[in-house]
Write a protein that binds this ligand. Structure first.
Ligand code: AMP
Ligand code: ZN
Length: 477
């Protein structure tokens, strides 16, 4: 097998072929730093981390670029509304740059707690305005722009494949169906490349440009910065599914209008995290942050565990129950690793894998290569830890290898002897769980129940989860 990815452009699973052998250029749209990132946003960044880690695991040298939007993102994607940064600064009585700095720091604190590896390049929009101006000049020179009402617009009618990514049917859309129409636009899909006519008297951040003093439209930053760090054509671009119809559609149009050739080869779009009680929204002030989970007594990696267990293209519904269940499974996983550490004793991790261990790793790799199936990869990790054919040292070596992708911090677990479960008990419970599973398979419910009681009599609690039966000694948190 080799890596296959679902390309939103064309909507199909495709074999991944890097532009340059062994190297991947990867751009993922980053945060707008006007408020704390919510746990939905964090899902998007954990997924980008899983993508980078997977590619590195598969042997690619990855350059991962993430932008920080600290200017130009309006409260509406379609050029109307206020600048998110400015609004936040006014509300908090701070300067725009103070706001940006504060929330950027908060963002990277969260990503650190979630074991998200720092992208190779983190670039701020405000530090790349000249790159944006240079790119807009190329778009203008190629005849794709018009100036109206003080702003420079991209003319979508000049770009025949506009909307391909989203399968937009431009003719079927009535002007104004999506948003209030800007009277300066020739076509409702046209978008601003450069604003000089600020909606606010006191637009805080402004730059000189050939079109007058002003500030960039939101979309141009991603085109300019990705090309600066990855070249005019690169392999993978990601973002949330919400970015397909406007932000990414506009990024493609302006990038390809500037260069005259294809820009991105694979578009990966990440599904949303939704709340069981409705949509999470930063603008509406209704959202959970990672800090609120920590305040509730969870660890950041409990949340990462929950995310790893869902495929990036599936919507994930968040609830306290789902996080509780992830926490229980993760504790049981950690206990298992710690118990193996005790059993391992002084034996060092093996330098080479046995056939049984290699088979586990092969299945894990196949899961990753199958459009990054992290739920299957997680099941493979559990399988390896439960595999009685593997010696403790070997099971640990396999688990640590897999954790290079999953990022659950297994290798950092400290064998606090008070916390480690007696390996004899682990062996006993594991063999009874296997017997109970066999009884269930044979539909021998009476035997299965009897075994469950026998397990409980050893002083442990049991929970059946989609990843298998999870257990822990009673009285252990
Ligand atoms: P923003 O900081 O608002 O620009 O959003 C940052 C990223 O989070 C974008 O890639 C969005 O697509 C993504 N995003 C926003 N809301 C959610 C959500 N509820 N679940 C998952 N991703 C989201
Ligand atoms: Zn972007």
């Amino acid at each position: 097998m080799s890596l296959r990815l679902f390309n939103s452009h064309g909507r199909s699973l495709q074999d991944f072929k890097a532009l340059q052998t062994g190297k991947v250029g990867f751009y993922g749209c980053g945060p707008t730093v006007y408020n704390y990132a919510h746990i939905g946003n964090m899902r998007a960044y954990v997924i980008d981390d899983l993508i980078t880690r997977s590619l590195r695991y598969l042997g690619y040298e990855v350059t991962h670029v993430m932008n920080i939007t600290d200017v130009g993102h309006l409260t509406d994607d379609v050029d109307s509304g206020e600048d998110k940064m400015l609004r936040s600064a006014i509300e908090r009585n701070k300067s725009v740059l103070e706001i940006a700095e504060f929330y950027t720091e908060a963002f990277f604190r969260d990503t650190g707690l979630l074991n998200i590896q720092r992208p190779t390049v983190v670039c701020k929009a405000t530090e790349h305005v000249q790159d944006m101006i240079d790119l807009i000049k190329r778009i203008e020179a190629n005849g794709y722009t018009y100036f109206a009402g003080g702003n420079l617009y991209f003319d979508v009618s000049k770009f025949p494949s506009y909307g391909d990514l989203a399968n937009l049917n431009l003719d079927a859309q009535q002007a104004g169906a999506r948003v209030e129409v800007d009277p300066n636009k020739k076509n409702p899909y046209d978008f601003v490349l450069w604003f000089t006519k600020s909606k606010f008297e006191d637009q805080a951040l402004q730059w000189d440009s050939p079109w007058g003093r002003g500030y960039p439209g939101w979309h141009i930053e991603c085109s300019a910065m990705s090309m600066k760090y990855l070249g005019e054509q690169f392999d993978i671009h990601t973002g949330g599914i919400d970015h397909i119809p406007v932000h990414h559609t506009n990024e493609i149009a302006q990038s390809e209008a500037a260069t005259g050739h294809k820009w991105v080869n694979y578009w990966l779009h990440k599904e949303f995290l939704v709340m069981s009680n409705g949509k999470m929204s930063k603008s509406a002030g209704n959202f959970l942050t990672l800090q609120s989970l920590l305040d509730g007594g969870y660890e950041a990696l409990d949340f990462r565990y929950l995310l790893v267990g869902a495929h990036y293209r599936s919507q994930l519904t968040y609830s306290t129950e789902s996080l509780d269940s992830a926490r229980a499974s993760r504790r049981s996983l950690n206990d298992r690793v710690l118990a193996l550490r005790v059993k391992q004793g002084d034996t060092s991790l093996p330098a080479a894998f046995s056939a049984a261990a290699q088979a586990r790793l092969d299945s894990f790799r196949a899961a990753i290569e199958d459009d990054l199936s992290t739920p299957r990869a997680l099941a493979e990790l559990w399988g390896a830890l439960k595999d009685s054919q593997l010696s403790p040292a070997e099971a640990l070596a396999v688990a640590f290898n897999m954790d290079r992708v999953l990022g659950l911090g297994l290798n950092d677990l400290k064998a606090d002897s008070a916390a480690v479960v007696d390996p004899e008990l682990v062996a006993k419970v594991e063999s009874l769980i296997a017997e109970r599973l066999a009884a269930k398979k044979n539909k021998d419910w009476a035997a299965a129940d009897a075994i469950r009681d026998q397990i409980k009599s050893l002083g442990v609690s049991l929970e059946d989860t989609p990843q298998g039966t999870v257990w822990k000694p009673l009285g252990k948190a």
